[in-house]
Design a protein around this ligand. Structure first.
Ligand SMILES: *[C@@H]1O[C@H](CO)[C@@H](O)[C@H](O)[C@H]1NC(C)=O
Length: 293
């Protein structure tokens, strides 16, 4: 499998596909560096990538229910600290999955409440640089929003060798303005979903990106479960996870699960997120005696 992917990559670069395909996945977008998204994970089945997710804590991964419902935990693995799916990255760790827990309200017909937790059989070793957990919060309509994953770089393509990312535009969805093909109430739940597309025809929540942080991109197959991220006061923060897309072009629509809605379920199932260690030098307690705490 790995040699096939390599071959595809080589053939594409030699044949010189159009620029949009060249600079990466997701469709459009750019190629990630190892420290850029230390919380994104690749979920594999029989060692083949099929969905993304993010690190919630040392033992828990968040992904979509649609990615993992019906799968067998013992066949899944989670790869953290990875950028290239072919080369062994120095910070890469592969962990076995112990349990698959979808939220009880998940509806596989319309994909409402599309979120699940994976419990790992061992702890992830955080270095807080290349491998790290990430906070989650409610969407801020006015911040730039980025999605990342190892998904295909074109419609019908295989999973990607390298982690790619792209900026997406947040869309306004109302009863009369659907999320592309996803009709409100039938396939799109206003309370629990986020719609994003770079389609110029879509209504936007805020002005579309002009001075872009990142190249524009849109998710594709095998990007499901991948995080949608905003930087809130210098802190990368997950606001959504990719549930479904209607294609792989710049005008495709992505539907994301609004992660903050599931705060109580995440807390009750996986416990609180870790507290980030302070980077300041520890102060010496003045009352401590040598050899005593
Ligand atoms: C799941 O979604 C389908 C389609 O919208 C709906 O008919 C069904 O009632 C839903 N199931 C539950 C348990 O809500």
């Amino acid at each position: 499998m790995k040699s096939v992917l390599l071959l595809v990559a080589v053939v594409c670069s030699v044949t010189g596909l159009p620029a949009l395909y060249d600079n990466g996945r997701i469709f459009g977008g750019g190629t990630a560096e190892s420290e850029q998204f230390p919380y994104v994970v690749s979920i594999t089945e029989n060692d083949r990538h099929f969905c993304g997710g993010f690190i919630y804590s040392t033992r828990w991964i968040v992904t979509t229910a649609s990615c993992v419902v019906g799968k067998t935990a013992s066949k899944l693995k989670v790869v953290v600290g990875q950028v290239s799916a072919i080369n062994a990255d120095p910070n890469e760790q592969t962990l076995a999955v112990y349990t698959i827990t979808p939220v009880p309200q998940y509806n596989s017909t319309n994909q409402f409440n599309d979120i699940a937790l994976l419990k790992l059989t061992a702890d992830i070793d955080f270095d807080y640089v290349n491998v790290d957990f990430v906070a989650y919060n409610e969407l801020d309509n006015n911040l730039p929003t980025v999605v990342m994953g190892w998904g295909a770089t074109f419609q019908g393509g295989l999973e990607s060798v390298n982690l790619h990312y792209g900026e997406v535009t947040l869309n306004l969805v109302t009863a009369t303005s659907p999320c592309g093909p996803y009709a409100v109430n039938e396939e799109f739940n206003l309370a629990t979903m986020i719609c994003a597309s770079n389609d110029p025809a879509a209504s936007t929540l805020a002005p579309p990106p002009t001075a872009t942080l990142s190249p524009l991109g849109s998710p594709c197959s095998y990007d499901e479960g991948s995080p949608l991220v905003q930087v809130m006061g210098d802190v990368p923060t997950v606001v959504g996870i990719l549930s479904k897309t209607d294609g792989c072009s710049e005008n495709s629509y992505g539907v994301y699960t609004r992660v903050s809605i599931f705060y109580s379920w995440l807390l009750n199932t996986a416990g609180p997120q870790p507290i980030r260690p302070t980077t300041e030098a520890p102060t010496t307690p003045t009352t401590a005696l040598p050899g005593r705490k």
